[in-house]
Design a protein around this ligand. Structure first.
Ligand code: B3K
Ligand code: ZN
Length: 885
């Protein structure tokens, strides 16, 4: 916590380190009331920085310095400078050894950064700048060192002692303590350091790599969770195989460990050889975790594993390059999940998420480019832009180069930079060099923030038989970036004839037609492409697979959208046509509502969804996706000024109308799928995910009819389901229904059954936090008093406070501003406990410019109240001050 204003750090000020650390030898003495850390750093002057000997400035925060030696000479207080962030001393030779001892207090570390306690175990989180809370160090990713770590602790309380790399030696002491030494043969930056000590049990397996090396795989958990590790273990083995096949990447140590901890600020962390996971990202079994949770576990296990190459073997030079590892690794995990499940469904989910949340971030006060130019607190830049838009940027490179060219580029990147700390430019350069292309203009995606709009027009010349497509791109200003230069936008497209067949494509000037779909690289502010030999006026299918993260507009009529829904051979664009149709219809309803007119649903939407429901040939997951109307958050994002009440009312009205008109086909689908669920045990496969997702969305529509047979079906599903996917969906429809008795009974039964499983209780909190019925704030306040809730656990904060503020728009935006006040109170409280979580919970308030003037004033007032609430962390200060700027 600080009182002065945090400093802004700029990319343009980057300088290589003055000193390097060749070896790092750490010893931890863990005790209940303190931990002693001894660090021996074998250092030398960085030859790349010249020959003089500038002062050595080590990072260190919240450390109590006990002693420090330079080359075995004990230093006195006059030999160094100490402030609350640094220890500065003067080396007297180009090569030297520093020995320091510090005392730290993991037992009272509520920020969950550095070394801390989660329940009874010790664990660490060092990325980005947590290592400086463990010992004095050059805590920056371009300082890479070989680590040896010895951990000593009470043997009974902490029988398992882990760190990075391979176990070397261990032993016991007479006083009930024991110790273990680990050695990591790979040089790494301090942010990849990890330590775990606890009473942990493990599930063990093995993997044979492509060059026939045996790797021991271990997942460490508390004993009650041993039965929830199989899915993560299977996912890990699939990910290891996939990375060999898709990228030629083999694992490099003899052991790979995952540890599940309950108190964790994000999903998981890729520490070398010792991944530490939020238990929500590793534990999954049918009875306690939904299909979505199973898929999340699979994706995060793979993501962290993939970091071993994209992040650890090749790491970031500085934190401005974060997307180098995160964008690329998200792209890699998306490829894995697509291959393990349904590629089209995975793409739909990713795009819906990006458009709802990243586009909102890109239009808000914290907007930044994929490679930011400046930050106050790096923890605030683990964003949707760095991760998800960063992945889109890598995906566009692949779209432009083709799969083979991209693989050549990634091979060159890994080979050229193995063992180095590099930049986004280095990544792009490898892609360029491997393919002999120039991506200079493309790189604007890394430096320019904001979501470009892409307006497309078409003109058909019946006589000349040509079709001209005109593209205009325009990117609105972002904070600090008033003007944007044109991007390179890959537009994957096809032209459909009246029967929905793809026409052969030949651009004017080309000798012959080639193929029926292609990627146009749009790279000017305004640009036209003319296709020749087009026999009839075609309908374009544009931006297939969402080939670029832009806001596309083309003047499709509703009938044309219905046509694309039926005929487009690109599965993503079939879904997209349905979404655009629904957006048009919902926006019409919103207008009617705002004008006080009766709402009338365009029956074409009913007809379109009816034919989807009746199409037995469609993948059931696709049917479920197509039945899902655009969410309220997305409708807010695409509004000029978001009228939350009208959006909620219009969407609910449309859902009710659809439920009534489509009751029969929904009921049939529901019953068939529920019957199938009853007849087979739970399996976590794409086919079964698909069946349950359609079953559950059908149930949520059917419940709107308030018919007794549907209530009975929901209760039957709730009681009899053998898995959390069906049980939770049934509970959610009860909670959102007017059946007070059934709802109360369902909630009580659930809490009673799962009271000892914190991850399941998170779901119980979330279902209630998201309920749009009036009284949401009061329900959330009451739930904060529930014995299973604690504000100290990030998962609980996200499940209750986060779900309320981000998903329950009707209640969060109540017009008296009471929910804004509530959120600000929580942020103020969290600021003192856990700044990273506090800053994240703030996000909904930062979007104040989206709402009407009265709500704007209320939201701003709360931001101002936070600003003057006392000593703010740099995390919260940066978000609040930028939001008010
Ligand atoms: N690299 C970590 C994120 C660390 C966040 C630190 N505030 C998880 C991941 O992206 O894999
Ligand atoms: Zn990552």
């Amino acid at each position: 916590m600080r009182t002065e204003q945090p400093r802004t750090i700029y990319l343009k000020d980057y300088q290589a380190p003055d000193y390097l650390i060749d070896e790092t030898h750490l010893t931890f003495e863990l005790h209940e009331d303190r931990t002693l850390v001894h660090a021996q750093l074998v250092m030398r002057r960085n030859p790349a920085r010249g020959s003089g000997l500038p002062p050595l400035v080590l990072d260190g925060q919240q450390l109590e310095l006990l002693s420090i030696r330079l080359n075995d000479r004990e230093l006195g207080a006059h030999d160094y400078l100490l402030d609350d962030r640094h220890l500065t001393l003067q080396p007297d030779s180009a090569e030297f050894v520093i020995d320091s001892s510090v005392c730290i207090h993991p037992e009272s570390n509520t920020a969950l950064e550095g070394l801390y306690k989660s329940g009874k175990m010790f664990c660490t989180q060092c990325e980005a700048e947590g290592f400086r809370k463990i010992t004095y160090y050059l805590d920056r990713p371009d300082v890479m060192s070989k680590f040896t770590t010895t951990v000593s602790a009470d043997r009974q309380r902490y029988p398992v002692l882990l760190s990075n790399g391979n176990p070397i030696t261990s032993g016991s002491e007479d006083n009930g303590r024991h110790w273990a030494t680990w050695e990591d043969p790979f040089r790494k930056p301090a942010y990849l350091f990890a330590l775990v000590a606890g009473d942990l049990w493990c599930v063990e397996d093995q993997f044979t790599t492509m060059s026939q090396r045996e790797v021991a795989l271990r997942i460490y958990v508390e004993p009650e969770n041993l039965d929830k590790c199989q899915h993560a273990m299977d996912s890990l083995k699939r990910a290891m195989r996939w990375d060999e096949e898709a990228y030629g990447r083999e694992y490099d140590l003899d052991i790979f460990m995952i540890v599940a901890v309950n108190d964790f600020n994000m999903g998981a962390m890729e520490n070398k050889g010792l991944n530490i996971f939020n238990s929500s990202a590793v534990l999954a079994k049918a009875e306690t975790a939904t299909d979505a949770a199973h898929q999340r576990v699979e994706a995060i296990v793979a993501h962290e594993y993939f970091h071993n190459w994209s992040g650890n073997r090749v790491t970031c030079r500085d934190w401005f390059q974060l997307s180098l590892k995160e964008g690329f690794t998200v792209f890699r995990d998306a490829g894995f999940s697509a291959d393990m499940n349904s590629p089209t469904v995975k793409r739909i989910e990713d795009v819906a998420y990006l458009r709802t949340h990243q586009f909102a971030e890109d239009a808000g006060p914290m907007a930044h480019s994929v490679r930011p130019d400046a930050y106050m607190e790096i923890s605030n830049f683990y964003t949707l832009t760095v991760y998800e838009k960063g992945a889109e940027v890598v995906r566009m490179i692949q779209t432009l180069l083709g799969a083979e060219g991209f693989r050549k580029g990634s091979d060159l990147y890994f080979q050229r930079h193995d063992g180095q700390a590099v930049t986004c430019d280095d990544f792009v350069k490898a892609m360029e060099d491997a393919n002999g292309v120039d991506l200079a203009q493309f790189k604007r995606w890394y430096s320019q923030a904001g979501t470009p709009r892409l307006e497309v027009g078409s003109a058909y010349d019946a006589e000349a038989k040509t079709l001209t497509l005109t593209f205009r791109q325009l990117c609105p200003p972002s904070p600090g970036q008033a003007h944007k230069e044109p991007f390179v936008i890959p537009v994957d497209l096809a032209l459909l004839d009246g029967q929905g067949r793809e026409l052969p494509l030949r651009l004017a000037g080309e000798a012959a037609a080639s193929g029926t779909s292609r990627v146009l690289a749009v790279n000017e502010a305004e640009q036209s492409f003319t296709f020749v030999d087009i026999p009839e006026q075609p309908l374009p299918s544009l931006l297939r697979g969402f080939s670029a993260p832009v806001k596309l507009s083309f003047p499709y009529s509703r009938d044309q959208l219905m046509f694309l829904m039926q005929h487009d051979s690109d599965g993503f664009n079939r879904w997209e046509a349905g979404q655009q149709l629904a957006v048009q219809v919902l926006q019409e309803l919103i207008g009617q509502r705002q004008r006080g007119e009766p709402m009338v649903l365009d029956r074409r939407l009913v007809a379109a969804l009816k034919s989807v429901l009746e199409n037995d040939g469609l993948d059931q997951a696709m049917v479920a996706e197509m039945l899902s109307l655009p969410g309220e958050a997305y409708l807010i994002e695409i509004s000029e000024v978001a009228d939350v009440d009208a959006i909620h009312a219009a969407r609910e009205f449309a859902r009710r109308e659809l439920a009534e008109a489509l009751f029969e086909p929904l009921w049939q689908r529901y019953q068939a799928n529920r019957q199938a669920s009853r007849q087979s045990a739970y399996v976590a496969t794409a086919e079964h995910f698909a069946r349950r997702s359609l079953q559950n969305i059908a149930l949520s529509y059917l419940m709107l009819s308030e018919k007794p047979e549907v209530l009975e079906a929901a209760q039957e599903q709730y009681r009899e389901a053998d898995n959390m996917t069906e049980r939770l969906a049934a509970l959610a429809v009860l909670v959102n229904s007017p059946f007070e008795e059934a709802k109360a009974e369902g909630l009580a039964l659930f809490a009673d059954r799962f009271k000892d499983d914190p991850l399941v209780m998170d779901q119980w909190f979330s279902v209630q936090a998201g309920c749009p019925l009036p009284g949401g704030l009061e329900r959330v306040r009451a739930l904060m008093q529930h014995p299973a809730f604690t504000i100290k656990n990030p998962n609980k904060v996200r499940a209750l406070i986060g779900a309320f503020a981000n998903q329950n728009h009707a209640n969060f935006h109540r017009d008296d501003g009471e929910s804004y006040r509530f959120l600000a109170d929580q942020v103020i409280m969290l600021n003192a406990l856990n700044p990273q979580i506090a800053a994240r919970q703030l996000a909904p308030l930062t979007r104040w410019r989206k709402y009407d003037l009265s709500r704007q004033a209320l939201m701003k007032a709360e931001l101002e109240r936070i600003l003057v609430s006392g000593s703010l962390s740099s995390d919260v200060y940066e978000v609040v001050s930028k939001s008010l700027a």
